[in-house]
Design a protein around this ligand. Structure first.
Ligand SMILES: [Fe+2]
Ligand SMILES: [Fe+2]
Length: 292
């Protein structure tokens, strides 16, 4: 049987080649209009945080369209913050001995993520006037042991990438949205398909290594942390500031109401179901422990 690290290195080498062959100039690729129409959805309505609930029925069409602008800016802002974190995590490990043979891929990964953060933030600043800050919550620390930390760091990266990709895929060709919105989602998805393929292989190799070095119990603790992280990522889409910016009364109340709505739980399952199933299948996250 192939050594799992060898398999990860082979995948990384292949993906690096594809990455270098498909590199684009982000500064030339996007055509940024001076402004975006305010009578058009910027985010697919089915992906918005209120969709399918009684709250949605209470909004009139202009309110939904207005809210979609802030939801798009928030979704891209969440991407910016998750990318900032993942660039830091990968940069810390770029020449560590845990991952011999992965340095080249990590360079490509960081280069691509740097571009992603740039186009997401450019959209937010041009059309929303800001990148929304993200609210940090204490997810509890995990063991300081190197391999366990790596499991957490790369697990978080994969979770963030798969969640964002669910939205990117749905909006890549949604012609109800302005072309720049579609294009950003489409370009991001094309790069992320590589990162996700790599991330899944890496998680398997890290799991084997972690079980061998520190045992199943420590790996299970990591799983608890990652389960909380999944919930955190999903909830970060419900930013009360965007309800306030869309001039909706009681923004904090709107957030609580939506997060407590069973219709939304269904949507969360669709968004992260594949990810939870993967982590469950490889024995890291107990799917029943993920609060959605
Ligand atoms: Fe990205
Ligand atoms: Fe990525």
């Amino acid at each position: 049987m192939t050594n799992p690290w060898q398999r990860v290195t082979d995948v990384a080498t292949r993906l690096s080649t594809v990455s270098r062959e498909s590199r684009y100039d982000p500064y030339a690729l996007f055509d940024w209009p001076p402004s975006l129409p305010d009578n058009q959805y910027w985010m697919s309505p089915e992906l918005m945080t209120g969709y399918g609930t009684a709250f949605w029925d209470e909004l009139d069409e202009p309110q939904r369209v207005m809210l979609s602008r802030y939801e798009a800016v928030n979704f891209f802002s969440v991407n910016v913050h998750l990318i900032r974190e993942l660039i830091g995590g990968v940069a810390d490990r770029i020449y560590t001995t845990w991952h011999p043979g992965l340095s080249e891929f990590f360079h490509d990964f960081i280069a691509e993520e740097n571009v992603h953060a740039w186009f997401f933030a450019t959209f937010c600043q041009r059309y929303g006037g800001k990148v929304y800050p993200i609210r940090r919550i204490d997810l509890g620390s995990s063991s300081a042991d190197g391999i366990v930390r790596d499991l957490v760091v790369f697990g978080r990266i994969l979770i963030a990438e798969e969640l964002c990709d669910f939205f990117n895929v749905a909006m890549a060709d949604d012609d109800r949205l302005p072309p720049i919105c579609q294009q950003i989602n489409r370009v991001h998805h094309q790069d992320e398909a590589r990162h996700i393929a790599f991330g899944r292989q890496l998680m398997r190799a890290l799991r084997d290594e972690a079980i061998e070095r520190v045992g199943q119990e420590k790996v299970a603790e990591t799983g608890e942390h990652l389960a909380r992280y999944i919930t955190f990522c999903v909830r970060s889409l419900y930013n009360r500031d965007m309800y306030a910016d869309a001039a909706l009364p009681d923004p904090a109340g709107v957030r609580n109401r939506l997060l407590g709505d069973p219709q939304r739980t269904e949507m969360h399952r669709r968004a992260v179901g594949r990810t939870v199933a993967f982590f469950n299948r490889i024995g890291i996250v107990d799917g029943d422990r993920v609060r959605l």
